[in-house]
Design a protein around this ligand. Structure first.
Ligand SMILES: NC(=O)c1ccc[n+]([C@@H]2O[C@H](COP(=O)([O-])OP(=O)(O)OC[C@H]3O[C@@H](n4cnc5c(N)ncnc54)[C@H](O)[C@@H]3O)[C@@H](O)[C@H]2O)c1
Length: 326
């Protein structure tokens, strides 16, 4: 299998590339990544000399480049995206550009180069907020932020390429991931790095927003199942059934470092902040035989350990982002 992975220098994409190269010696990967602030070549040091791996520095919106690379592959796994909700509230343009137009560009190239398998990596955020119960794949999309709206748009475009042209598209909608190599603007690495710098941890609103957490390598194994056996035209929810409020996450991380709750600083809530995300993962479990393997208590400990033991990675990630911002 020859994969075109987009956004493979980011958090989940880089873990996915390492996971696949470790588990499939006969697969090869071309990683197309624009190296935006969250894309970090350090995430891929251990595979950069692997003969089954090739990095291409480029943008998924570049039609010529994308159609050139597309010929080399059997299957596209599209991780490339602008991913931070707060940034989408301040400047949504880049989210429309990459998440919608970039996905369209990939779909069109996949179709025009003979019809490649296409796995669109999406998020549970497209369903919006739910007070009780769980979203299934048949639930209506009802996104509330420019980020989740751009992802929902890309999902619908991707599924239309199945309905209209018969392109072999599957969409995955995963809950919040945690693990190593996540750019420290997202909740868990943000809290960890703040505490490593002896600062407080800012918590939005009352801290009672609920997210379902999944260890990143469990997400990778689910995507592998979808590539191999997922049905075309179908959506697969990927979740850990591991709901935590943000304040619970804060307390777990504080506890690891031996701090009490006086380190929490309550700050004004995010605009349009979704209260609870929760998805039903029955379909992928029963149809594709997937199950998460990492217990949250073990995964969060090893995740915090990773950041504590990789302070250079944190510093370099911050420096790269600063350099890109000027
Ligand atoms: N992090 C989560 O909890 C989570 C949960 C569910 C779904 N997702 C989805 O998974 C995917 C990966 O998320 P992540 O957390 O690894 O994101 P990330 O922000 O860590 O990485 C995104 C990657 O995409 C690259 N990129 C951005 N714009 C690009 C462009 N125009 N062309 C090429 N590359 C570009 C960046 O350089 C970066 O390497 C996203 O599509 C996201 O919506 C993430």
């Amino acid at each position: 299998m020859k994969l075109l992975v987009t956004g493979g220098a980011g958090f989940i994409g880089s873990c996915f590339i390492k996971y696949i190269l470790n588990n499939h010696q006969d697969w090869s990967i071309v990683n197309l990544d624009a190296l935006e602030y969250a894309g970090n070549p350090d995430n891929l040091r251990e595979v950069e000399n692997n003969s089954n791996y090739k990095f291409v520095h480029g943008n998924i919106c570049n039609r010529v480049l994308v159609s050139d690379i597309m010929h080399e592959c059997d299957c596209v796994v599209n991780f490339a995206a602008q991913t931070h909700v707060d940034r989408s509230i301040v400047s949504p343009d880049a989210f429309v550009e990459t998440n919608i137009k970039g996905t369209f560009n990939l779909l069109d190239a996949a179709l025009k180069s003979g019809g490649k398998r296409f796995v669109q990596i999406s998020t549970d955020e497209v369903y919006g907020s739910i007070e009780e119960g769980y979203f299934t794949e048949n639930s209506q999309v009802s996104p509330n932020s420019p980020y989740s709206a751009s992802k929902a748009s890309a999902d619908l475009l991707a599924l239309s390429y199945y309905s209209t042209y018969g392109l072999s598209v599957s969409v995955t909608r995963c809950s919040n991931n945690y693990g190593p190599n996540q750019y420290p603007e997202k909740l868990i690495p943000f809290f960890i790095t703040r505490l490593l710098n002896d600062k407080t941890i800012p918590l939005y609103g009352d801290g009672l927003n609920v997210r379902d957490w999944l260890y990143v390598y469990d997400h990778c194994s689910a995507i592998e199942k979808v590539i191999l056996s997922g049905r075309a035209g179908e959506v697969y929810n990927i979740g850990g059934h591991c709901e935590k409020t943000n304040i619970e996450i804060a307390k777990i991380i504080l506890n690891y470092f031996g701090y009490d709750e006086s380190r929490i600083e309550y700050v004004e809530d995010r605009l349009g902040h979704d209260r609870r995300y929760a998805i039903d993962n029955t379909k992928i479990c029963s149809e594709l035989g997937w199950a998460p393997s990492m217990k949250f208590e073990d995964g969060i400990k090893s995740t915090i350990d990773w950041y504590v033991n990789n302070k250079d990675w944190i510093i370099n990630a911050g420096k790269r982002a600063l350099m890109l911002a000027v």
